[in-house]
Design a protein around this ligand. Structure first.
Ligand SMILES: NC(=O)c1ccc[n+]([C@@H]2O[C@H](COP(=O)([O-])OP(=O)(O)OC[C@H]3O[C@@H](n4cnc5c(N)ncnc54)[C@H](OP(=O)(O)O)[C@@H]3O)[C@@H](O)[C@H]2O)c1
Length: 260
């Protein structure tokens, strides 16, 4: 799957799934735009991408929850590379907040702005360029978009809305030659668990409690993204690809029981 001369934006590529995906694209020759807020982490991924693919990525330090910064990611990429072929909307955050919490709405807005609104902003800015290149979009959702999870209704809602946004725009832009697909992971071993206050021990137990008995690696999610972005998937649009070590077979609520 060569992506030589293809221009690819991966948001949230300073760590986890985004970093792994960016490195896989770089290895296949793509001109990658890295996006995140943590400069040091981005610089490390930039170096690794260059070593893997030979093409130095464009690194953009941006907070996608701010509309102007999210829009500028697309503008700067097109200014730098002259076009855009693939947009991977991956940047996302999670947290625990009960609907009974007094500050629930603050947390709801924070999650929705990053996980949903930012995707809409970058997509809106990117589509004219993707129509020109007959490119495609891959949105990183979550099985939480279909599996209700206590104390994560804000996150679940952001991903459910992202799923339907993706399908709706897939229907709208198909006639223009642009594909839009969704990758929905179950539990992946990344920094997100740390930022959500989940301990390493709890993460390990969570992995053991999945039907297949382990956690997903970021690279596995990245491989799926590359497949969907490639011409091998030219007949696929508006589809959701689940990678979840079987978690939806049992409902993720049971694997989160350990966090109580
Ligand atoms: N890990 C899982 O179990 C799992 C399961 C299902 C779905 N997902 C989804 O996978 C995606 C990636 O998460 P991950 O697990 O790889 O977590 P991660 O390691 O914490 O990575 C999240 C990435 O998003 C970036 N990000 C977050 N907020 C941002 C903002 N406001 N502006 C710019 N960048 C921002 C972070 O960069 P900076 O910190 O540098 O800003 C980081 O690069 C998310 O959409 C998440 O919902 C993860």
């Amino acid at each position: 799957m060569s992506f030589k001369d293809k221009v690819v934006i991966v948001t949230g590529s300073s760590s986890g799934i985004g970093a792994a995906t960016a490195k896989l694209f770089a290895r296949e020759g793509a001109k990658v735009t890295l996006v995140g807020r943590n400069v040091n982490k981005l610089k490390n991924i930039e170096r690794e991408c260059t070593e893997l693919g030979g093409v130095q990525p464009l690194t953009i330090v941006a907070d996608v929850s701010k509309d102007e910064e999210a829009k500028a990611i697309v503008q700067k990429t097109v200014e730098h590379h002259g076009k855009l072929d693939v947009l991977v909307n991956n940047a996302g955050i999670g947290s625990f907040s009960s609907i009974l919490d007094t500050n629930y709405m603050t947390e709801f807005d924070r999650i929705i702005t990053t996980n949903l609104r930012a995707v809409v902003v970058t997509t809106n800015a990117a589509l004219p360029h993707l129509i020109q290149s007959k490119g495609n979009i891959i949105n990183i959702s979550s099985i939480s978009g279909v599996c209700p999870t206590p104390a994560m209704s804000h996150y679940c809602t952001s991903k459910a809305a992202l799923d339907h946004f993706s399908r709706s725009i897939a229907a709208e832009v198909a006639s223009k030659g642009v594909r839009v697909n969704i990758v929905s992971p179950g539990p992946v071993k990344t920094d997100i668990t740390h930022t959500m206050g989940i301990s390493d021990e709890q993460v390990e137990i969570m992995g053991k409690s999945t039907p297949l008995g382990f956690l997903i690696k970021s690279e596995e999610v990245g491989e799926l993204v590359l497949y969907l972005a490639s011409s091998k998937a030219k007949s696929i649009t508006g589809s959701t690809f689940v990678i979840d070590v079987g978690s939806t077979l049992q409902g993720i609520t049971s694997s989160l029981e350990i966090l109580k």
